[in-house]
Design a protein around this ligand. Structure first.
Ligand SMILES: [Zn+2]
Length: 222
Protein backbone atom coordinates (compact mmCIF):
# COMPACT_ATOMS: atom_id res chain seq x y z
CA UNK A 1 0.00 0.00 0.00
CA UNK A 2 2.80 2.42 0.85
CA UNK A 3 4.11 1.61 -2.60
CA UNK A 4 0.96 3.14 -4.00
CA UNK A 5 1.35 6.28 -1.97
CA UNK A 6 4.95 6.70 -3.09
CA UNK A 7 3.89 6.57 -6.69
CA UNK A 8 0.96 8.83 -5.95
CA UNK A 9 0.94 12.53 -6.78
CA UNK A 10 3.83 12.89 -9.22
CA UNK A 11 3.25 9.58 -11.00
CA UNK A 12 -0.47 10.10 -11.35
CA UNK A 13 0.08 13.56 -12.69
CA UNK A 14 2.58 12.27 -15.23
CA UNK A 15 0.29 9.44 -16.36
CA UNK A 16 -2.73 11.72 -16.64
CA UNK A 17 -0.71 14.07 -18.81
CA UNK A 18 0.40 11.18 -21.00
CA UNK A 19 -3.20 10.01 -21.45
CA UNK A 20 -4.37 13.48 -22.42
CA UNK A 21 -1.40 13.80 -24.77
CA UNK A 22 -2.53 10.56 -26.44
CA UNK A 23 -6.07 11.89 -26.88
CA UNK A 24 -4.80 15.21 -28.23
CA UNK A 25 -2.48 13.52 -30.72
CA UNK A 26 -5.45 11.40 -31.82
CA UNK A 27 -7.41 14.64 -32.31
CA UNK A 28 -4.65 15.98 -34.56
CA UNK A 29 -4.75 12.81 -36.70
CA UNK A 30 -8.57 12.83 -36.98
CA UNK A 31 -8.65 16.53 -37.89
CA UNK A 32 -5.98 16.18 -40.56
CA UNK A 33 -7.76 13.12 -41.97
CA UNK A 34 -11.04 15.08 -42.06
CA UNK A 35 -9.27 18.03 -43.66
CA UNK A 36 -7.95 15.68 -46.33
CA UNK A 37 -11.22 13.85 -47.03
CA UNK A 38 -13.28 17.05 -47.07
CA UNK A 39 -10.76 18.41 -49.58
CA UNK A 40 -9.78 21.44 -47.56
CA UNK A 41 -12.01 22.23 -44.59
CA UNK A 42 -10.52 25.18 -42.76
CA UNK A 43 -12.43 24.46 -39.55
CA UNK A 44 -10.76 21.08 -39.25
CA UNK A 45 -7.37 22.55 -40.08
CA UNK A 46 -7.95 25.16 -37.36
CA UNK A 47 -8.84 22.45 -34.86
CA UNK A 48 -5.75 20.48 -35.87
CA UNK A 49 -3.58 23.57 -35.31
CA UNK A 50 -5.19 24.19 -31.94
CA UNK A 51 -4.63 20.55 -30.96
CA UNK A 52 -0.96 20.92 -31.95
CA UNK A 53 -0.69 23.93 -29.61
CA UNK A 54 -2.43 21.94 -26.87
CA UNK A 55 -0.07 18.97 -27.38
CA UNK A 56 2.92 21.27 -27.15
CA UNK A 57 1.38 22.60 -23.94
CA UNK A 58 1.16 19.10 -22.47
CA UNK A 59 4.70 18.31 -23.59
CA UNK A 60 5.83 21.48 -21.80
CA UNK A 61 3.96 20.32 -18.71
CA UNK A 62 5.64 16.92 -18.88
CA UNK A 63 8.99 18.61 -19.36
CA UNK A 64 8.30 20.87 -16.39
CA UNK A 65 7.41 17.83 -14.30
CA UNK A 66 10.67 16.14 -15.28
CA UNK A 67 12.72 19.29 -14.66
CA UNK A 68 11.27 19.63 -11.19
CA UNK A 69 11.69 15.96 -10.36
CA UNK A 70 15.05 15.13 -11.94
CA UNK A 71 16.99 18.35 -11.69
CA UNK A 72 15.20 19.82 -8.72
CA UNK A 73 14.40 22.85 -10.81
CA UNK A 74 12.42 25.51 -9.05
CA UNK A 75 8.84 24.52 -9.58
CA UNK A 76 7.56 28.04 -10.14
CA UNK A 77 10.22 28.67 -12.77
CA UNK A 78 9.38 25.47 -14.62
CA UNK A 79 5.69 26.30 -14.55
CA UNK A 80 6.21 29.86 -15.68
CA UNK A 81 8.28 28.62 -18.61
CA UNK A 82 5.57 26.12 -19.59
CA UNK A 83 2.86 28.74 -19.17
CA UNK A 84 4.41 31.42 -21.38
CA UNK A 85 5.34 28.90 -24.07
CA UNK A 86 1.74 27.80 -24.28
CA UNK A 87 0.33 31.33 -24.37
CA UNK A 88 2.72 32.21 -27.20
CA UNK A 89 1.68 29.11 -29.15
CA UNK A 90 -2.02 29.75 -28.64
CA UNK A 91 -1.69 33.35 -29.82
CA UNK A 92 0.23 32.24 -32.93
CA UNK A 93 -2.54 29.72 -33.68
CA UNK A 94 -5.26 32.35 -33.30
CA UNK A 95 -3.51 34.77 -35.65
CA UNK A 96 -3.02 32.01 -38.23
CA UNK A 97 -6.61 30.77 -38.02
CA UNK A 98 -8.13 34.27 -38.17
CA UNK A 99 -5.96 35.26 -41.15
CA UNK A 100 -6.82 32.05 -42.99
CA UNK A 101 -10.53 32.50 -42.26
CA UNK A 102 -10.64 36.10 -43.50
CA UNK A 103 -8.83 35.11 -46.68
CA UNK A 104 -11.21 32.21 -47.29
CA UNK A 105 -14.41 34.15 -46.54
CA UNK A 106 -13.73 36.20 -49.64
CA UNK A 107 -13.17 33.12 -51.77
CA UNK A 108 -14.43 29.94 -50.07
CA UNK A 109 -13.32 26.70 -51.75
CA UNK A 110 -15.71 23.82 -52.47
CA UNK A 111 -15.46 21.20 -49.73
CA UNK A 112 -17.38 18.07 -48.68
CA UNK A 113 -19.65 18.35 -45.66
CA UNK A 114 -19.81 14.76 -44.44
CA UNK A 115 -16.13 14.29 -43.50
CA UNK A 116 -16.33 17.60 -41.60
CA UNK A 117 -19.33 16.37 -39.60
CA UNK A 118 -17.67 13.03 -38.79
CA UNK A 119 -14.26 14.46 -37.84
CA UNK A 120 -15.75 17.28 -35.73
CA UNK A 121 -18.06 14.82 -33.95
CA UNK A 122 -15.09 12.55 -33.13
CA UNK A 123 -13.22 15.65 -31.93
CA UNK A 124 -16.09 16.36 -29.57
CA UNK A 125 -15.82 12.86 -28.07
CA UNK A 126 -12.02 13.11 -27.76
CA UNK A 127 -12.16 16.53 -26.07
CA UNK A 128 -14.76 15.27 -23.66
CA UNK A 129 -12.67 12.17 -22.91
CA UNK A 130 -9.61 14.28 -22.15
CA UNK A 131 -11.76 16.34 -19.86
CA UNK A 132 -12.89 13.16 -18.06
CA UNK A 133 -9.32 11.89 -17.66
CA UNK A 134 -8.36 15.06 -15.83
CA UNK A 135 -11.46 15.46 -13.78
CA UNK A 136 -12.05 11.80 -12.95
CA UNK A 137 -9.33 11.80 -10.31
CA UNK A 138 -10.60 14.95 -8.71
CA UNK A 139 -14.16 14.38 -7.74
CA UNK A 140 -13.22 14.89 -4.12
CA UNK A 141 -11.87 18.30 -5.08
CA UNK A 142 -15.07 19.63 -6.56
CA UNK A 143 -15.02 22.60 -4.23
CA UNK A 144 -11.91 23.85 -5.95
CA UNK A 145 -12.52 26.33 -8.71
CA UNK A 146 -11.28 24.83 -11.95
CA UNK A 147 -12.56 27.69 -13.96
CA UNK A 148 -9.75 28.00 -16.44
CA UNK A 149 -9.79 24.28 -17.10
CA UNK A 150 -13.52 24.11 -17.59
CA UNK A 151 -13.34 27.17 -19.75
CA UNK A 152 -10.81 25.67 -22.12
CA UNK A 153 -12.93 22.53 -22.45
CA UNK A 154 -16.15 24.41 -23.05
CA UNK A 155 -14.33 26.37 -25.73
CA UNK A 156 -12.85 23.31 -27.41
CA UNK A 157 -16.15 21.46 -27.40
CA UNK A 158 -17.94 24.57 -28.74
CA UNK A 159 -15.46 24.68 -31.63
CA UNK A 160 -16.12 21.00 -32.35
CA UNK A 161 -19.86 21.70 -32.26
CA UNK A 162 -19.37 24.58 -34.68
CA UNK A 163 -17.51 22.21 -36.98
CA UNK A 164 -20.41 19.75 -36.98
CA UNK A 165 -22.85 22.56 -37.70
CA UNK A 166 -20.82 23.97 -40.60
CA UNK A 167 -20.54 20.43 -42.02
CA UNK A 168 -24.32 20.05 -41.90
CA UNK A 169 -24.86 23.42 -43.58
CA UNK A 170 -22.44 22.50 -46.34
CA UNK A 171 -23.93 19.02 -46.78
CA UNK A 172 -27.54 20.22 -46.90
CA UNK A 173 -27.31 23.59 -48.62
CA UNK A 174 -23.82 23.66 -50.10
CA UNK A 175 -23.20 27.05 -48.54
CA UNK A 176 -19.38 27.13 -48.51
CA UNK A 177 -18.78 30.34 -46.48
CA UNK A 178 -20.01 28.34 -43.44
CA UNK A 179 -16.54 26.78 -43.22
CA UNK A 180 -14.39 29.94 -43.02
CA UNK A 181 -17.06 31.72 -40.93
CA UNK A 182 -16.95 28.90 -38.38
CA UNK A 183 -13.15 29.05 -38.39
CA UNK A 184 -13.35 32.74 -37.63
CA UNK A 185 -15.74 32.01 -34.77
CA UNK A 186 -13.29 29.35 -33.59
CA UNK A 187 -10.50 31.96 -33.58
CA UNK A 188 -12.72 34.18 -31.41
CA UNK A 189 -13.41 31.32 -28.99
CA UNK A 190 -9.67 30.54 -28.84
CA UNK A 191 -9.02 34.21 -28.08
CA UNK A 192 -11.43 34.05 -25.15
CA UNK A 193 -9.78 30.86 -23.87
CA UNK A 194 -6.35 32.46 -24.13
CA UNK A 195 -7.53 35.69 -22.55
CA UNK A 196 -8.92 33.68 -19.67
CA UNK A 197 -5.60 31.84 -19.38
CA UNK A 198 -3.75 35.17 -19.18
CA UNK A 199 -6.07 36.95 -16.78
CA UNK A 200 -7.26 34.17 -14.50
CA UNK A 201 -4.83 34.00 -11.60
CA UNK A 202 -6.01 30.47 -10.89
CA UNK A 203 -5.00 29.39 -14.35
CA UNK A 204 -1.78 31.33 -14.27
CA UNK A 205 -0.08 29.32 -11.61
CA UNK A 206 -0.67 25.99 -13.28
CA UNK A 207 1.78 24.09 -15.42
CA UNK A 208 1.37 24.64 -19.12
CA UNK A 209 -2.06 24.31 -20.66
CA UNK A 210 -4.70 24.75 -18.00
CA UNK A 211 -6.73 22.22 -19.91
CA UNK A 212 -4.28 19.53 -19.15
CA UNK A 213 -2.74 20.06 -15.77
CA UNK A 214 -4.83 22.49 -13.88
CA UNK A 215 -6.26 19.96 -11.45
CA UNK A 216 -2.97 18.36 -10.48
CA UNK A 217 -1.65 21.22 -8.37
CA UNK A 218 -4.16 20.34 -5.70
CA UNK A 219 -2.26 17.13 -4.96
CA UNK A 220 0.90 18.92 -4.02
CA UNK A 221 -0.58 21.87 -2.25
CA UNK A 222 -2.15 19.82 0.50
ZN1 LIG B 1 -7.68 23.21 -26.48
Amino acid sequence: MSHETLRSAWGNEFIRNLKVLGLTVLTIIVMFAGHWYSEGSLVLLSEAAHAVADSAGILMSLLALILVRRWRMNEKKAQTFAYYSLVALLIATIVGVAAGALYRIINPPEIHGLPVIIAAAIGCVLDYSAHRVLHGAHHHDKHRAHRALNFHYLGDIAIDGGGVLSGIIILLWGWMPADPLTSFAAALIMSVITFQLITDPDGKKTVGCTKHTHAENDDREH
